[in-house]
Design a protein around this ligand. Sequence first.
Ligand SMILES: [Zn+2]
Length: 78
Amino acid sequence: MKTMTCKQLGGACDKEFHANTFEEIAEMSKNHGKEMFQNGDGPHLKAMSDMQELMKSPEAMQEWFESKRKEFESIPED
Ligand SMILES: [Zn+2]
């Protein structure tokens, strides 16, 4: 298992996610983001609007995603 925080995944807090694959951890962070969005959490709303800005460019989004994937792969197993 590997660990990444909400912040490392483009979020706004230090919540840790544990997963074996990048896809899994990205999904966990997405679900957490949605939950925080529904709670109206300010810092997460800001992080999500930054992310939406990034998503306007598919290339930029792809690049961001790939850089996070590399980051995930470079982390040692827990
Ligand atoms: Zn968070």
